[in-house]
Design a protein around this ligand. Sequence first.
Ligand SMILES: Cc1cc2nc3c(=O)[nH]c(=O)nc-3n(C[C@H](O)[C@H](O)[C@H](O)COP(=O)(O)OP(=O)(O)OC[C@H]3O[C@@H](n4cnc5c(N)ncnc54)[C@H](O)[C@@H]3O)c2cc1C
Length: 321
Amino acid sequence: MAVLIYIEQEAGGIKKSSLEAVSYGRTLADSLGTSALAVGLGPISTEEWTKVGKAGAVKGIHVADERLSAGIIQAHASAIADVFSYVDADILVLAKSSLGDAVAARLSVKLQAGLVSNVAALPDLSEGFTVKRSIFTGKAFAFTAIKTVKKILAIKKNILDIREEDHDLVVEVRQSSLGEEVFSAKITGMQKAEGQVSLPEADIVVSGGRGLKGPENWNLIEDLARELGAATGCSKPVSDLNWRPHHEHVGQTGIKVSPTLYVAVGISGAIQHLAGVNSSKKILVINKDPEAPFFKAADYGIVGDAFEVLPKLTDAVKAIK
Ligand SMILES: Cc1cc2nc3c(=O)[nH]c(=O)nc-3n(C[C@H](O)[C@H](O)[C@H](O)COP(=O)(O)OP(=O)(O)OC[C@H]3O[C@@H](n4cnc5c(N)ncnc54)[C@H](O)[C@@H]3O)c2cc1C
C-alpha cells in the first residue's frame, strides 16, 4: 500500500499546487505508515524532480513519453492507472485543477476508487477515512467518508505549506505502454492569457474594481503587480465593461484564487466577489470608503484614494527590493 501523488506541470515547471499535493501526500503516508511516491508525465527536468523530493516524495516514477506533455486527459488517466497498480498504491493524491478533476473522474471509474474533490484538510483516520471538503465556494465544509479500498483525493490549493525535506529523490523511469487510441483527442493550438503570472496559480494577486474609474488607469494596478511579481485580476463589472479581459474576472462566476496575498483595490467586496477570494491567506483592501464591506474580510486595510495610495505603495515595494 502506498500513496501516489500525480504532479502537474505548467511552462516546464511543477505547479505549486502539485508541490502542495506532494506535501499533503507525504504527511498522509507518514500517518498511514507507508511511502509517498510521485508520478510525473512527459518531459521533467532533474531540477524539477528535486523540488518534488524536497516537498516530501521519497521516490518519483517518470513516464517520460513526449506525447504526455500536452495535457490529454484520457492519456494522463491511463498512464496514472498503470503506475498506480505498478506501485501497488491504494491512495492517489492530486491538486484540484481543471486537468486534475477531469483525470480524477476517469481514474475513479478505472480504479473503482472513491473520489473526493476540493479537499481542505488531512483526513480523519480515527474511524475509517473521513475527508473534509470545501463546498458552496468556500462558505461551508462537508465531511465525506470514503468506504472503498482505493481512494482519490483532489486537494484544494493553499491549505498547507510545502515541506522542505533534505533528501535525494530516486527517480525511476517507466516505459510508456500507451497506445495511440488514448491520444485520440488532440490539442491543436493554445492561446495563453496575457500577463506574466497565471491568475489561478499566482502567489500574489493585485485586483482592481470599478473604483479605478477606467481602463486608462490600470497601469497603477500593473505597476504594483510587476513589483510584487503578482498576477492581475478584476471585479466582474470591470470585465463586463471591457476595461479588462474576462479571464481576469475573479469571483463566484469567474476565477477562484487562493494566493498568499490578495490585494483588492477599489472593489466594494460584494459577496459574489468574496466567494472567489476567501481562500486567500491574507487580504489587503484599499478603498476610499471606510464602510466598504471588503474591510470586514480584510487582514489589512488602507482607507484612502487608490490614485494616491497605489503609486506610494509601488514606490515602497521598489525601495524594499
Ligand atoms: C449572479 C451574480 C454573480 C456575480 N458574480 C460576480 C463575480 O464573480 N465577481 C465579482 O466581482 N462580482 C460579481 N457580481 C457583481 C457583484 O455583486 C458586485 O456588483 C461587484 O463585485 C462590484 O464590483 P466593484 O466592487 O468593482 O464595483 P462597485 O460596487 O462599484 O465598487 C467600487 C468600490 O470602489 C471604491 N472606490 C471608488 N473610488 C475609489 C478610489 N478612488 N479609491 C479607492 N476606492 C474607490 C468604492 O468605495 C467602492 O467600494 C455578481 C453579481 C451577481 C448578481
